[in-house]
Design a protein around this ligand. Structure first.
Ligand code: HEM
Length: 484
């Protein structure tokens, strides 16, 4: 990683090979990116995926200093660059100019006060390959978790049950029915979605997005495309089955509603209808992609943080027992569970699962904070810098539910809580995700105590995020002990 300043001859370098890339290309490759300030001083910085995001040094445990294993990356993150270059700066990813917005006030001003100018979606080459610009413009809870959680105190990887659960919610919405967890179709669907999200965050894909013509051959891109193609085929088969049993009087799920509208548009010869089969397949696939890994990653952060901070888990469980008892938790219970609500918000804040949101694009020329930004410029709203903004949070790098509580222990909303981003491109699934996270988290804590596996201490539980398009915890195991 290099940060050079042309105006000052000093070069600040730490060695970092784009490991994924060098494996693929068989050579060490270094990209150069320029960072510019207001007067475009021509400073040069090189960045790569993996250091553009937050790193584990931002996830300190209370009273603990930065993790020394990762300190070498600290100076190379975009949030760190923002400390040097300000809240609006330009980074060149190879030839591509990207404007980075940092800090709560700047991100909010751009996405909310200038929603039209900053509200367009950037389509990276990889996105374009996948979507080809298609797509529309915009229980029983414990049954959803497999028996693995209930059976024994055997350590389990939290990834599988959380992905199953969140994916089945999307399945209920789009197909109108759930899958059995051992259904090979369902297993395949989840494994392809999670693999694609993981691979999308690799340096190889970053490189492809920067030089699509040069490195179209890279393996990761082909794995993503193959997975996406298989998923499309499977969704098409499932849609075909729904078509065969379609009753226009009953909408079992989104696909039924879509098919009924499609038929109506065809009958009335509507031109340029968005209700096409292709759009249906891409919409369903996008909902699975956007709605599975994100919510699952948040739940995984939640369970991991509960195992790491047992005193906080105690307080959540005390409140749940006092307010809800043994009946099922309902959405309406949230207002009577201020501590639990604060813990969930803090999990989302510290978990920071979408550190750079999804790139935006300016819809027209705009002058922002004194900088001229041309129409069509890629913009990264750096959500990490909002969720960890030192001027907004009392202890931004520690897990501290008091961020969301007043002195009397009542829940308080915080403006800088933007894990779903803001403005025109705010997460489409925000209300669904918030409901899911609340119901899953509370129901799980009502029934189970989460602890580290035997031989692992709470301090050993690692809060380093894994690499990916989203930022889930690194693979880990926990034990769930029944509270009954
Ligand atoms: C904890 C869970 C979730 C988090 C933290 C999250 C966060 C985000 C973020 C940061 C963005 C990008 C916003 C931007 O570019 O400014 C986004 C976009 C999106 N999310 Fe979510 N999301 C979550 C769950 C979901 C769920 C459950 C669904 C669907 C059911 C969903 C559907 C979408 C869609 C469709 C977009 C693209 C919106 C657009 O381009 O206009 N998300 N989400």
């Amino acid at each position: 990683i290099c940060v050079k300043e042309k105006t000052h001859p000093s070069i600040f370098c730490t060695p970092l090979s784009l490991r994924g890339v060098s494996r693929g290309a068989g050579a060490y490759l270094q990209l150069t990116f320029r960072v510019r300030g207001r007067v475009q001083p021509g400073q040069v910085a090189s960045l790569s995926q993996g250091n553009t995001e937050t790193d584990s040094t931002h996830r300190k445990t209370p009273g603990q200093e930065s993790n020394p294993r990762h300190s070498c990356c600290k100076a190379t993150t975009l949030p760190t660059l923002s400390k040097k270059y300000g809240s609006v700066f330009t980074v060149y990813f190879g030839p591509k100019k990207v404007v980075v917005l940092a800090g709560y006030r700047t991100v909010r001003e751009a996405l909310v006060s200038n929603a039209d100018e900053f509200g367009e979606r950037e389509i990276t080459p990889m996105f374009a390959d996948l979507a080809k610009h298609r797509g529309m413009s915009r229980s029983k809870l414990l049954q959803i978790f497999p028996k693995v959680l209930m059976n024994h105190c055997k350590p389990f990887n939290t990834s599988c049950p959380t992905n199953n659960a969140t994916s089945n919610i999307i399945a209920s919405i789009v197909f109108g029915s759930r899958f059995e967890y051992d259904d090979p179709q369902f297993r395949g669907l989840i494994s392809r979605i999670t693999e694609n999200i993981k691979i999308s965050g690799l340096a190889e894909i970053q490189l492809y997005n920067t030089f699509p013509r040069l490195v179209g051959w890279i393996k990761s891109r082909h794995v993503i495309l193959k997975n996406a193609e298989t998923t499309m085929r499977k969704i098409k088969d499932l849609t075909q089955k729904l078509k065969e049993t379609l009753n226009p009087q009953i909408c079992r799920g989104l696909i039924d509603c879509f098919l009924i509208q499609k038929q109506k548009d065809e009958d009335s010869c509507v031109k340029d209808t968005q209700f096409t089969e292709e759009n249906l397949l891409y919409t369903v696939s996008n909902l699975f992609g956007a709605g599975t890994d994100t919510t699952a990653a948040t739940l995984r952060w939640g369970l991991l943080l509960m195992a790491k901070y047992p005193q906080i888990q105690d307080q959540v469980q005390e409140e749940l027992t006092r307010v809800v008892g043994s009946r099922e938790v309902h959405v309406e219970d949230r207002k009577n569970l201020p501590y639990t609500d604060a813990v969930i918000h803090e999990i989302q804040r510290l978990g920071n699962i979408a550190p750079m949101a999804i790139p935006h694009k300016t819809s027209r020329d705009v002058t922002f904070h004194g900088y001229f930004i041309k129409k069509g410029t890629t913009v990264i709203p750096l959500l990490t810098s909002v969720l960890y903004d030192e001027s907004e949070w009392e202890s931004p790098h520690t897990f501290n539910p008091s961020h969301f509580l007043d002195k009397e222990g009542r829940f308080i909303k915080r403006d800088a809580f933007l894990p779903f981003s803001a403005g025109r491109r705010v997460c489409l699934g925000e209300s669904l995700a918030r409901m899911e996270i609340f119901l899953f988290f509370t129901s799980l804590l009502q029934h189970f105590r989460f602890i580290p596996p035997p031989g692992v201490s709470e301090d050993d539980l690692d809060l380093t995020p894994a690499v990916g398009f989203t930022s889930p915890p690194s693979p880990h195991e926990l034990c769930a002990i029944s509270r009954q």
